[in-house]
Design a protein around this ligand. Structure first.
Ligand code: NAD
Length: 347
């Protein structure tokens, strides 16, 4: 029996997770809930997705001539799992309503950790989420950091992480956000919340992050410094990163991919839907190894990196499999994630 999934909030993250759920062989997308009768609603309908809204918004959709399949309560009464992708801070307000239907809940990184039983990343703590009532899939930056840290920790125990996060100012569709012409310490205080958020999944880790926001919409970039408990070898670090299908190692010299702009250009040229790059991109030639220390530069496509983790979170909550790698592999296969941004340019 396919797991019945609903999505509340059909924006940047919600629409991508909806498409991913619709593709999964063990899941059924029951529908999506939206509050605004805008282009997003029309596109959702054109994809054949059932559309739901709040009861006091039914008239607004009707006035715009957009047919709605029911209220959010109708959606909640026909799903096993609801994925909340409303703007940060709204999920907690919906939680009591979701609870009334006795369904599982997945929240996003814009919510406080207390919203859910577990903060989640597939490779770090899938098993902690099995059978729980709710999980919170951590934000894009935290997901990027955790993918890297847990991949490497499997090969060499990690002692300490320090990272500088260069944040994109806004998503491409966000017309009202800045900065337009500044580099903004964001936040000014150190540590930034990103490292604190990593510790919601890895409480034992000594991690400090700082962040600045820059005027770009394409991707985030992280400069990461990891100290391990033992000496590391560059070859084994490469082996670890290559082994993870959700990490794509890219050599800037042989590929000409020297910036986030070129990563996105490759995704566009390949015809990737919405130019999404759910893989964590690590520049191979940024790797610096010295004894127990590693430094590297990585890039995170904020709009899509959390999509595979949301799919795995469904399997964990529903206890479809207790093997994280089974879910990891199936999600990757269906979403076409192979560890290569572009095969003939593989480093
Ligand atoms: P978004 O603004 O693009 O989408 C939110 C959607 O929810 C919109 O369609 C909006 O109309 C709808 N909405 C607003 N109020 C609602 C309500 N009361 N009920 C139902 N729907 C409502 O936001 P997003 O970027 O997709 O972010 C969603 C969550 O994902 C946040 O927690 C965010 O922190 C997290 N997240 C965002 C990114 C990113 O880079 N955009 C990355 C990772 C995680």
């Amino acid at each position: 029996m396919a797991v019945r999934v609903g999505i509340n909030g059909y924006g940047t993250i919600g629409k991508r997770i909806a498409d991913a759920v619709a593709k999964m062989p063990d899941m059924e997308l029951v529908g999506v809930a939206k509050v605004s009768p805008d282009y997003g609603a029309i596109i959702a309908k054109s994809k054949g997705y059932r559309l739901y809204t709040l009861s006091d918004r039914l008239g607004v959709f009707r006035d715009k001539g957009i047919e709605v399949d029911g209220t959010i309560e109708d959606l909640l009464s026909s799903v096993d799992v609801i994925i909340d992708t409303t703007p940060g801070g709204y999920g907690i307000k919906y939680k009591e309503l979701y609870r009334k239907y006795g369904i599982k809940m997945i929240f996003q990184g814009g919510e406080k950790p207390e919203v859910a039983d577990v903060s989640f990343n597939t490779l770090c703590n899938y098993r902690d989420a099995i059978g729980k009532e709710s999980v919170r899939v951590v934000s894009c930056n935290t997901t990027g950091l955790l993918r890297l840290i847990c991949t490497l920790n499997h090969y060499y125990p990690v002692e300490r992480v320090r990272a500088v996060i260069v944040r994109r100012a806004a998503d491409p569709k966000e017309v009202k956000r800045g900065p337009v012409n500044a580099i903004v310490p964001n936040p000014v205080n150190i540590p930034s919340h990103h490292g604190v958020d990593v510790r919601t999944v890895l409480p034992w880790l000594d991690i400090v992050t700082s962040a600045v926001a820059v005027p770009t919409t394409l991707m985030h970039v992280h400069i990461v410094n990891i100290l391990f408990k033992e000496e590391i070898s560059p070859d084994r670090v490469v082996e670890a990163l290559e082994h993870n299908e959700r990490i794509a190692l890219i050599d800037s010299k042989s590929t000409g991919i020297k910036s986030t702009a070129e990563i996105i250009e490759v995704a566009r040229d390949l015809g990737r839907y919405r130019y999404d790059v759910p893989e964590l991109i690590v520049w191979r030639d940024s790797l610096y190894v010295n004894g127990r220390e590693l430094m590297l530069i990585q890039a995170v496509h904020q709009e899509s990196i959390v999509v595979p983790e949301n799919i795995d979170a469904i399997r964990a909550l529903m206890a479809i499999t207790d093997d994280p790698m089974k879910s990891f592999k199936l999600t990757n296969k269906i979403l076409g994630i192979s560890g290569e941004l572009i095969s003939f340019l593989k480093s």
